[in-house]
Design a protein around this ligand. Structure first.
Ligand SMILES: [Zn+2]
Length: 65
């Protein structure tokens, strides 16, 4: 098995890990109601699918029972 000849310096380790930070989740906006929705998902507010350009899920109105 190949073994590193030199130990990685703190500097080089830091340079490599400089890209390891977390990014904010990318969001899109629903074409029908305008609220934030994750890409390739159905809008949780109105059931609209941006990718299919149609209502994918019929949401039930909040019923009082
Ligand atoms: Zn919507």
């Amino acid at each position: 098995m190949a073994v590193p000849k030199r130990r990685t310096s703190r500097s080089k380790k830091g340079m490599r890990r400089s890209h390891h930070h977390a990014h904010a989740r990318q969001v899109q906006y629903c074409n029908r109601c305008g609220t934030v929705a994750l890409p390739h998902t159905v809008c949780s507010n109105c059931g609209w699918s941006n990718t299919q350009r149609r209502e994918a899920v019929e949401l039930k109105e909040a019923t009082e029972e």
